[in-house]
Design a protein. Structure first.
Length: 370
């Protein structure tokens, strides 16, 4: 019997890719690269070699049920877990873990975000396979860390103990410390020290092990889900989930469990990973891996090349619907994003202000544009 399961967290409604990504249709459902597949679909596909299709669970918001069903029609309704409110990653994981334990108490589970890019999928599958073998034989909470290539301030970091590695796979080591997004000087120090990894937010563990961790470190959340254990998988599930989510603390699995637990290990990884978090990071990934989408001046076109006309413009990222024509003159280092309702023109170096732009538009124009 295959005990491997995969939980894909797809409930985020981030605004950093606005107006292309909106609260009604966020980035995990978007095909950024013209491949015919959204980030969510790409995420599920890269786990297919290891996980039977009936062992996938998508945790998302109630409002995204239909888009998940449309993009992943092979999944049954009971594989799409709907959260009534956003409560961060810990309640999301507790919910999925409760459902999976009903099916297989010996389940070995991968938990992953739905909005990452992986460029070497063969290497990725090998890493996940090794991680699953590790947690099958050890009562560990395992996380994946990425070998850093630059002093990145937008990622969390994991420090590992180089002298305490796992013999069957020496890439796996005991975790010393989790650190949130550092200032630049500290990020430089992390890079130079050689024993820090980027926190990828991908976890592997046995269902029983993470349940014990919730019981010890997040007892309130554990007890809430324990109280509705018999309702999961029945017609009572929806009402019970709505009830306990009103009482549930909003907390991340990193802060609530991983930073406190003693049985945490990390698999040092290098398979072309990026957290697709901002327009600038998207432009950088296109520059590194999708050079055919760049013109001679370094402009990245998330559009049909023949509907965008550029003059004396360089290093921009431009997203325009195929039914529209864009003419851009004299811009260097800008985001130009056009939808049916919104036009955004913003310097890449100022994109941290997009959240404020969204708030301002929402206050004046309501929710329809955000």
């Amino acid at each position: 019997m295959n005990h491997n399961f995969c939980v894909i967290m797809a409930g985020g409604a981030g605004t950093r890719f606005w107006p292309m990504s909106t609260s009604a249709y966020p980035k995990q459902f978007i095909d950024f690269f013209g491949t015919g597949k959204s980030l969510l679909q790409m995420t599920l596909d890269r786990f297919r070699p290891l996980i039977p299709i009936e062992h996938f669970f998508i945790v998302t918001s109630e409002r995204y049920y239909q888009v998940v069903k449309t993009q992943l029609p092979e999944l049954k309704d009971e594989q799409i877990l709907l959260e009534p409110f956003r409560r961060n990653t810990a309640p999301c994981i507790a919910y999925a873990n409760g459902r999976i334990r009903q099916i297989d108490p010996d389940a070995n589970i991968v938990v992953t975000p739905s909005d990452h890019l992986i460029y070497n999928e063969q290497s990725f599958v090998e890493h996940i396979s090794s991680a699953l073998a590790c947690t099958e034989n050890n009562a560990w909470l395992l996380t994946l860390g990425i070998q850093p290539t630059r002093p990145e301030t937008g990622y969390g970091y994991i420090q590992y103990d180089e002298k305490n590695s796992y013999l069957p796979d020496p890439r796996i080591s005991k975790v010393k410390l989790f650190t949130e997004k550092p200032q630049l000087e500290l990020a430089k120090h992390f890079l130079e020290s050689g024993d820090f990894l980027w926190n990828a937010g991908i976890f592997v563990w046995k269902a029983a092990v993470i349940r014990q961790a919730f019981e010890r470190y997040l007892p309130e959340i554990h007890n809430l889900f324990l109280s509705i254990e018999e309702d999961l998988g029945t017609e009572r599930e929806k009402a019970s989930i709505e009830r306990i989510y009103t009482e549930c603390t909003s907390i991340s699995i990193d802060y609530g469990v991983m930073e406190k637990a003693e049985n945490v290990n990390v698999l040092a990884s290098d398979f072309g990973w990026t957290d697709l978090g901002t327009w600038s990071s998207l432009h950088e990934q296109i520059r590194l891996h999708e050079q055919t989408k760049l013109d001679e001046e370094g402009n990245a076109l998330l559009t049909q090349a023949n509907n965008t006309f550029l003059y004396k413009s360089s290093n921009n990222i431009i997203a325009v619907p195929k039914e529209k024509v864009a003419v851009v003159e004299g811009l260097d280092g800008y985001i130009v994003a056009v939808t049916d309702e919104v036009v955004l023109i913003c310097r890449k170096e100022e994109e941290q202000n997009i959240r404020q732009f969204v708030t301002d538009v929402q206050i004046v124009k309501g929710d329809i544009f955000v």
